[in-house]
Write a protein that binds this ligand. Structure first.
Ligand code: RP5
Length: 200
């Protein structure tokens, strides 16, 4: 089978627009409601940071079930290679999406008001054998990690994405090692400066 090693056209006119929409998205970031955007936005931001073309869309398992079936069943033919699906409460979106495609589906449990996301987590994680959903942590950490995991999956095929991911990890490690004193980090957050504290 032919092995694609190039990223889709980086000069696509829709690359980097405000909606994070790209002409040839590799990752589809879907969510059950626009109220999930606060949680899923870090996933989209992380994908942007890694230079991964993606699209973002509300697709509700319960309110727009036909759209869900259409999105999931057409994703592969549209060139999507990984789907990130976030939902809260009775979070059926990731599982139902996985049931309609063989693409990898990464589920992000959104923190619900009633049960703090435990309902979302269990709804997404407890899939029956045969239809997997790669379930991440509840909330924004899970959203960021879903993007990083999508990058790791895509990195098997696209060397440029593998390198972006490697650089992301190296920069993250460097940031921690460069600022080992938490009081400096706190001061930076408060005043926007990294000056060390005056000794008393
Ligand atoms: C789920 O219900 C959505 O994923 C969302 O997390 C939750 C609440 O949705 P809204 O009532 O805010 O639209 O389907």
């Amino acid at each position: 089978m032919e092995r694609i090693t190039e990223m889709p056209d980086k000069k696509s006119p829709s690359r980097g627009n405000k909606n994070h929409l790209h002409a040839n998205p590799l990752v589809g970031v879907i969510m059950g409601s626009s109220s999930d955007w606060d949680t899923l936005e870090p996933a989209a931001k992380t994908l942007s940071e890694l230079g991964i073309p993606h699209e973002t869309k509300v697709v509700s398992a319960h309110r727009t079930p036909d759209l869900l079936f259409e999105y999931a069943s057409r994703a592969e033919a549209r060139g999507i290679e990984v789907i990130i699906a976030g939902a809260g409460g009775a979070a059926h979106l990731p599982g139902m999406t996985a049931s309609k495609t063989v693409l990898p589906v990464l589920g992000v449990p959104v923190e619900s008001q009633a049960l703090k996301g435990l309902d979302s987590l269990l709804s997404i994680a407890q899939m029956p054998g045969g239809i997997p959903v790669g379930t991440l942590a509840v909330g924004k950490s899970g959203a960021i990690n879903s993007a990083l995991l999508a990058a790791a999956i895509l990195g098997n095929k696209y060397p440029a994405i593998r390198e972006s991911l490697r650089k992301f990890r190296e920069a993250q490690t460097r940031r921690v090692l460069e600022t080992p004193d938490p009081s400096v980090v706190a001061q930076f957050k408060k005043h926007g400066t990294r000056k060390s504290r005056k000794s008393s």
